[in-house]
Ligand binder design. Structure first.
Ligand code: NAG
Ligand code: NAG
Ligand code: NAG
Ligand code: NAG
Length: 463
């Protein structure tokens, strides 16, 4: 018993110490970059450093992959290691009324103590099963590897992306079953089943779909028709789960970012299997049922502001709204000027979010969406460009989002607007601690030193 306890304690410590060290790049909450833009390869010289970063991140991630859902020390209640599993991140055990007279071993705690939710307070032992972190890394790796394949015409990137997709979804020994029956399980005597919030765990499916569409569009020989057919088959089964499992249906009706992200997943997957009409219906459901209630007249997102970390959650829902809008745009459904019941648009929500103090949240969680809104709605007085340059300086030029959402920086050259000494304390703290000089490997024939404006955003931003 003692050794079991010690083992779990060590594992727990390892989780705490190792996971933050492994991630060395920002994981954007979500994105969908028009695959036609990537495949057309008409790139601006001015976004070249952002493309270097994408290749660099693709390489760093690839060194950690492939990832598989079977890589966990605990078996889901189904007894099938291929079932995806995660623990509810904000659940904490309350052992005060269990009647034990000695300390309980972790496994006893998990099954006998009731769990209570403390919103926004992450229980680090939820990462003892890291299917969620592994999925996110895999999704980022697939997206950045496929972009890098086109950018650099280097087959290694395509091979990596295909290997990661096969390992996670298709190869018999390592594949994930197409369901989330055990996602964000709440532990405790009446737990051991997935919850509706767990559906959010796979929000980055959009990035995987993005990657596969780039492979298809660039006619990568590594992505064979056989692999494509098997992936479509997997996706159809998972779409059925998303549309029929009670917890998934419940998540679709969630009024806040949970609902918004559900539609990211479903619409992207429907596009992947060629069901454009279904994807349109999915996005129309979001934009006519949930979206109208999500943004107030002043641009506030009350359902996110109510949460424990309002700045973070506003950024988070903006990521999901913009991704739904981009998926819509891709299939000819344009919602950028669509207003909520209160008359607001996505731009209204972004403008409000920009005006709010980050508090303890990472201010950079909003930056990609400032650029996206500037690109979609225009930036005639360069307010968005100035805002980003003031806070990120050269970090903007190397941020991956500057590749797919490039603002016109003419006259707003990084470093020319405001010195770091004038920056707000929160901004300065982020800028100085996060700006790392980094030598880019010789990937496209040029090597150089660039500054990274970010490090990791929200490692544990799962709800
Ligand atoms: C399994 O996960 C552990 C820790 O999360 C990691 O160190 C290891 O590389 C993974 N192994 C495989 C085969 O993915
Ligand atoms: C009961 O178990 C919990 C969890 O291990 C522990 O925190 C608590 O101190 C235990 N109670 C007693 C009386 O030992
Ligand atoms: C767990 O969920 C499945 C369906 O998702 C349901 O059939 C089963 O009864 C649930 N088990 C418990 C203990 O709630
Ligand atoms: C190239 O940069 C300009 C701004 O400098 C921008 O307006 C244009 O959209 C960019 N093109 C692409 C393909 O991003």
């Amino acid at each position: 018993m003692l050794s079991v306890y010690l083992n779990f304690t060590l594992l727990y410590l390892a989780v705490l110490i190792l996971i933050p060290a492994v991630r060395s790049q920002t994981s954007y909450a979500n994105f969908f970059v028009n695959p036609d833009f990537i495949v057309a390869k008409q790139f601006n010289e001015s976004s070249q450093r952002a493309r270097y970063t994408i290749q660099n991140w693709a390489k760093k991630l690839a060194a950690e992959g492939p990832w598989t859902v079977v890589n966990k020390t605990m078996t889901p209640p189904s007894g099938d290691i291929h079932d995806y599993m995660s623990f509810s991140p904000y659940s904490w055990p309350d052992c005060s009324n269990v009647g034990n007279t000695t300390e309980l071993a972790p496994e006893q705690v998990w099954t006998t103590c009731p769990y209570v939710t403390r919103d926004g307070r992450f229980n680090p032992d939820a990462r003892m099963v890291n299917n969620i972190g592994d999925f996110d890394d895999m999704a980022d790796a697939v997206a950045y590897s496929t972009m890098s394949f086109v950018i650099n015409n280097d087959a290694t990137f395509a091979q990596n992306a295909v290997r990661f997709i096969r390992t996670w979804f298709l190869d018999p020994e390592t594949r994930m079953n197409p369901n989330l029956n055990f996602a964000q399980m709440k532990r405790g005597p009446d737990g051991q089943n997935g919850t509706r919030t767990g559906v959010l765990d796979l929000k980055s499916m959009t990035k995987v779909v993005n990657g596969i569409m780039i492979l298809r569009g660039s006619q990568a020989s590594q992505w064979t028709s056989d692999l494509d057919a098997r992936m479509v088959e997997w996706t159809r089964e998972y779409i059925t789960w998303l549309q029929t499992a009670p917890i998934a249906v419940e998540e679709a009706a969630a009024e806040n970012n949970h609902g918004t992200f559900y539609y990211n997943q479903l619409a992207a997957l429907q596009i992947l299997v060629g069901d454009t009409q279904g994807a349109r219906q999915t996005l129309e459901s979001y934009f006519t049922e949930l979206y109208p209630r999500q943004i107030a007249a002043n641009g506030d997102q009350p359902l996110e502001t109510d949460r424990t970390r309002p700045y973070h959650y506003r950024s988070y829902n903006l990521a999901a709204m913009i991704t739904n809008a981009r998926l819509g745009e891709y299939i000819g459904y344009n919602v950028w000027s669509l207003t909520t019941s209160a008359g607001a648009t996505i731009k209204t929500a972004l403008d409000y979010a920009m005006s709010q103090a980050p508090g303890d949240d990472d201010p950079s969680s909003l930056y990609p969406y400032i650029a996206a809104v500037g690109v979609e709605y225009g930036d005639p007085d360069k307010a968005y460009a100035k805002f980003l340059v003031d806070r990120m300086a050269n970090g903007l030029l190397v941020a991956p989002f500057h590749f797919w959402d490039e603002l016109d920086l003419t006259g707003v050259a990084p470093g020319s607007t405001k010195s770091a000494d004038n920056a707000k304390p929160t901004d300065r703290a982020v800028t100085s601690s996060a700006l790392l000089a980094l030598r880019i490997p010789n990937i496209v024939g040029t090597s150089g030193v660039v500054l990274f404006g970010f490090t990791m955003a929200f490692l544990f931003s799962t709800m």
